[in-house]
Design a protein around this ligand. Structure first.
Ligand code: NDP
Length: 318
């Protein structure tokens, strides 16, 4: 039987057991909202007001004429924009929670220490049973970290690195102030940003302007032996440029969490490169509790007629 009287939130990434837990969480907070799985045939498309999705099938979102908000299951929305039939006027919200920021700050701080203490070289020495007492590495307090993207996550990462004794500078499109962080902005700010980045952290969103931005010319401006951490999106980093920079020593190590194709193909040279550590897009995976809280906040704001937080700007592309 089809249900039309109740507003529905459709979710496309939960197991049955997880959905049951979400229903309990929502039932005491928004008792009139129905939660349903993506493929639940009993849901009337006319009742669907909200969807919470990861990589929805193309064309699917256009089936819901009363859709009010598309909630992305991730901070980026590139996995939704691939749908050419996407309804043009429905707001899309990004999933960035306090846990997202805390986990990202943990990951990047760990990665900075790994590069400062030369972990890629130490792992190679261990693989070859080579005692490497010379691999002492440097000091956090003598390392300048540059963060590409000073948004929600870049700012949280900057604050954590400062608290750990690193010196931190950042680059963004428009001027902003983060206490303790030297700021560089726009095209003219990029070179001075790069030349002082002993470790460069990429936390830019995936846009037409940022795709391929980390190329030969970009890497050539880093100090000799710089470290790279990519937690933004894979398409921003040219792998051919990175491999060249690693092989000629311009870059000493890279810790990569995101890739143009995920999973990273088995034959990709990055898997086995001695200077590279690969993680499987796990830098900032958050708990279901954090996701449910975020979804609740967005839906409550929409129902109250308030401005939605974290709306993707279709003009800026992030
Ligand atoms: P925000 O939108 O809050 O911040 C984006 C920042 O990038 C802003 O400072 C913005 O500048 C800057 N920026 C955008 N375009 C340009 C440009 N062309 N030139 C210079 N600066 C630019 O995003 P978040 O911090 O929330 O997230 C950043 C990205 O992190 C996400 O888009 C996602 O791709 C990635 N991510 C990765 C995860 C992982 O697990 N690996 C998890 C979560 C997110 P301005 O301040 O001037 O607008």
């Amino acid at each position: 039987m089809k249900i039309t009287e109740q507003e529905t939130l459709l979710i496309n990434f939960l197991t049955d057991a997880e959905l049951a837990e979400w229903k309990i969480y929502f039932s005491s907070r928004l008792p009139d909202l129905r939660l349903a799985a993506w493929d639940d045939a009993s849901v009337d498309p006319l009742s669907v007001r909200y969807v919470l999705v990861w990589e929805p099938e193309a064309g699917q979102l256009a089936r819901y004429p009363h859709l009010r908000v598309i909630l992305s299951e991730a901070a980026g929305v590139d996995h939704i924009l691939a749908d050419t039939a996407l309804p043009p006027d429905i707001p899309i919200t990004r999933m960035v929670t306090p846990e997202t920021a805390a986990r990202m700050a943990d990951y990047v701080t760990m990665a900075c220490y790994m590069l400062v203490r030369r972990l890629p070289d130490i792992i190679q020495a261990q693989r070859h049973k080579r005692w490497a007492a010379h691999l002492t590495g440097g000091l956090a307090s003598e390392t300048a970290v540059g963060i590409l993207g000073l948004g929600r996550l870049g700012t949280a990462v900057a604050q954590r690195l400062l608290a750990n004794g690193f010196s931190v500078h950042g680059w963004a499109r428009s001027a902003k102030t983060v206490p303790g962080v030297a700021g560089f902005f726009g095209a003219e700010g990029l070179s001075p940003f790069l030349t002082r980045s002993q470790i460069m952290v990429n936390l830019l969103p995936d846009t037409a302007e940022t795709r391929g931005i980390i190329n030969d010319d970009f890497l050539a401006q880093l100090p000799d032996g710089a470290g790279i951490i990519n937690v933004g999106r894979g398409r921003q980093l040219r792998h051919d440029a990175l491999l060249h920079a690693l092989d000629c020593g311009r870059v000493s190590g890279a810790i990569l969490d995101v890739f143009p194709q995920e999973p990273l193909p088995e034959d990709d040279p990055l898997w086995c490169h001695p200077g590279v550590i690969v993680t499987s897009h796990v830098a900032s995976l958050i708990s279901h509790q954090s996701k449910a809280q975020h979804a609740l906040t967005i839906i409550q704001a929409d129902r109250a007629g308030q401005a939605l937080p974290l709306v993707f700007d279709r003009t800026l592309g992030y």
